[in-house]
Write a protein that binds this ligand. Structure first.
Ligand code: GLA
Length: 387
């Protein structure tokens, strides 16, 4: 939806308060490589996608918030100093979480009206929730003239999700939604929260996302289990080794191998994924710099295998999509993307074969699963901004 139409919808619902107002957008993301590494102080390489959430917002004179979701056609009202978790309207908790975090920073907020809409498919691993948190944080802080540096804003949005929504996610999604750059992936070091731009403007190859349409059912509980297993490995090595180990980032495969017998099979496998995935991210960055699509593609396949076998967060449908992709002409690599247990795959496809790829994947996937995959072609997009 464009800005003008969204403004029109806003004015259909809310009267003008004659106070400051603005229109803001924040994108979803696809992670090219580096899965389940962010909360291990590791490396990730996502890009923002050409799908986003747009929000119109206007200050009010009182302490009320009136939030309207166009996609759910639902208005929710609450007082800014009485934030309770809403079991019925899950989406509003992302907004409340951001308000809560701003208030924890002692920022004085006044009430506001807002309306928002998005085209990032929900529950599909393309980070619609991070986009909602980020667009809300940008909109509220901008209207209140609160200056928050970009990485700080991403961290605030992450805390909103950790504390109010109660999902223990890492920093990747909010980071890329805030800091994404057109025509670039970002290599993010999740220990220092610094990033490096990785240009992705290949004339021959493009990123194609396949949505399995499998809802990510187990994701929250299994996600937290994986985090615990990673911490078990860290605790083990922190005690064993004579150097400072605070995250899986501090380990290499040789050391892991050396102690394999002393670790449970599960903990070994989880650590093996994370340590090897960090190496793959750095290798993928080099491959992209050198325009080496063969190598990049191989790294994507290897990442998928590791997520499937070592980290065990894939599912039949995602494996099938990767398998089908590998049989198509012009495909260099494919893997599941995001937390797993459903959602999407990311594919590196030669532009000359993309139309054929889309058609074949859709029909073959349907034949085997009775599910209609959605397929999106996207260039790297810009991060959150005022429109
Ligand atoms: C989810 C989380 C991210 C990251 C990925 C897995 O998207 O929100 O922080 O951990 O899963 O790579």
């Amino acid at each position: 939806m464009n800005k003008e139409l969204l403004l029109k919808k806003y004015h259909n619902i809310f009267a003008d308060t004659s106070l400051d107002s603005g229109v803001y957008a924040a994108p979803g993301r696809v992670n090219l490589i580096g899965e389940h590494t962010d909360y291990n102080d590791g490396f990730v390489m996502p890009m923002a996608i050409e799908k986003d959430i747009k929000m119109v917002i206007q200050l009010r004179k009182d302490k009320k918030v009136k939030a309207y979701s166009l996609d759910y056609d639902k208005l929710v009202e609450f007082e800014i100093d009485n934030l309770l978790y809403d079991k019925e309207n899950i989406w509003v908790n992302y907004i409340k979480g951001v308000i809560d975090e701003l208030q924890k920073m002692d920022k004085k907020l006044q009430g506001f009206n807002l309306i928002f809409t998005g085209n990032i498919p929900q529950g599909s691993g393309l980070s619609s929730s991070a986009a909602l948190e980020v667009v809300t944080a940008l909109a509220i802080s901008d209207l209140h003239k609160i200056e928050i540096e970009a990485v700080e804003l991403a961290l605030l949005a992450q805390r909103a999700e950790n504390n109010f929504v109660n999902v223990q996610c890492g920093i990747m999604d909010q980071y890329i939604s805030r800091l994404g750059k057109k025509d670039n992936a970002l290599l993010i070091d999740c220990r220092t929260n610094e990033y490096q731009l990785v240009p992705f403007e290949n004339e021959e190859y493009q990123i194609v996302i396949c949505n399995s349409k499998v809802e990510r059912g187990l994701v929250d509980s299994e996600y937290n289990n994986r985090r615990k297993e990673c911490n078990q490995a860290v605790d083990f090595f922190a005690e064993k080794l004579d150097r400072n180990i605070t995250a899986l980032r501090d380990l290499d495969l040789d050391t892991l191998q050396k102690y394999r017998e002393e670790l449970s099979e599960t903990v070994y496998k989880r650590a093996h994924h994370v340590i090897s995935e960090n190496q793959r991210v750095l290798a993928a960055e080099e491959a992209l710099e050198e325009n080496d699509m063969d190598n990049l593609g191989k790294l994507l396949y290897a990442s998928h295998e590791s997520l499937r076998d070592d980290y065990e967060v894939s599912c039949e449908e995602l494996d099938l999509l990767v398998d089908l992709a590998s049989q198509q002409k012009g495909v260099k690599g494919a893997r599941m993307t995001g937390a797993g247990f459903g959602g999407c795959t990311v594919n590196l496809v030669n532009k000359a074969f993309t139309a054929d790829f889309v058609e074949k994947i859709k029909s073959k996937y349907y034949q085997k699963t009775n599910l209609k995959a959605d397929i999106y072609i996207t260039n790297p997009a810009s991060g959150a901004r005022k429109l």
